[in-house]
Write a protein that binds this ligand. Sequence first.
Ligand code: S5P
Length: 465
Amino acid sequence: MENRKRTLILDLHRIGALKFGEFKLKSGATSPFYIDLRSIISYPEIIKNIVQLLKDVLADKQFDVLTGIPYTALPLAAQVSVELGTPLVYQRKEVKAYGTGKLIEGHFEAGQTCLIIDDLITTGESKFEAAEGMEEAGLKVKDFICLIDRSYNGAEMLATKGYKLSSIITVEDMIEVLGAENLLDAKLAQKVREFVNQPVEKPLLKFADRLAATEAPLTQKLMETILRKKSNLVLSLDVEDVATFFDILEATGPEIFMVKTHVDILKDYNGSFVPRLKALAAKHDFIIFEDRKFADIGSTVRKQFKSGVYKIADWAEYVTVHMIAGEAILDGLFGDLEAPRSGFLLARMSAKGNLISETYTRQVLEVGKRRKECVSGYIGHGANLEDIKRFRNKIPQDQLLLMPGVNLDSKGDGLGQQYLTVEMAVAGGADAIIVGRGIIASKDPGAEAKRYRDAGWNAFLSMNK
Ligand code: S5P
């Protein structure tokens, strides 16, 4: 190993930026080591060494501007920028997700390539968010340089979106150097190695095991219905008249475990709709899910849910919810109900050009994880299999991922809808597929529903072998 790296590792250990022992992480897990590089700015000699190491790695990279992810890596990037004579830009931390405020400070031109420096890589998630900010501003991102790679498969994760990771120090390097100096004993070194070599996220467990570990009654109910009905198909029944609605539902009822309605699409909705719907749901053993996409303040959504023409809370056990108005929407919707109800949060959408960002998705999942009693899962989508898997990995196993934008024969609808195949959705980790026009626009919705059900269930079975 190069002397510079050796020196850096020893220096970082000396100033307490690398620690070994037992540390409680944000996730609740206990880690045998802890890395915190925030204090390095107070050690100019260490910075000098790091900057030289960074320059060595940068030598063969092509980029027009560079940046460091605030806070720790920004002063490093600034120093590199000065030494190389390459302009620096940076992303404001406080307006990461949205807002009309300027996101990127500094001068650059659209189409230029930006190299991103960071201090650490653990899962890679924050790298995606940083890249997205740069890309939204018109920059291209190809390379990431991280000072320390403490990830299980960070490079592989970044590669799913075409980014290349170069890192300067690995955990194995640290073990080697500190071990040789008797600063880390063999037993602890082994613990560190084992900790790093286990995936951050557990692979998706078998559906039945996940059901056993699920506590929220309404989430259990969905999972039990999927298993009992041997179907992971949700029919999206977006039709405009009640007669057609029930014709299709009668024909497809045996194949689906849930029907998703947009009740406000119906032209001739009347008082007999709900009793008929409930009777059919009982006859064919499926669940009722209104895709209302609530999005307003708590007090308004409460009225929208319980009152008005449709009184949705009376008959739809599950509804969709946008989180744009913040967590209080969940209290508005589910805080004051006679019968238990549960929501699916829109974490990603299938529509082309939708405004949901990586940061927004993460924030939606953070709320949903805290509110499992009234959040059964998420609506999500993805660009490809790897992207869907990466997304699914962030979702707790006792919550469900429902995937719309699924079609066996079409790639889109000319109005922004983007379709994935059944296979890809389920192999990516979707627990259920939501299919609308693939079934309802066909001449024989019953037969078509069976086709989707079989495709969905076969994919489900191969995921649960
Ligand atoms: O991102 C989304 C979220 C939803 S809930 N994309 C979607 O398409 N949906 C809904 O799924 C949409 O409102 C529609 O009811 C259904 C898809 O219908 P299809 O005919 O395109 O299969």
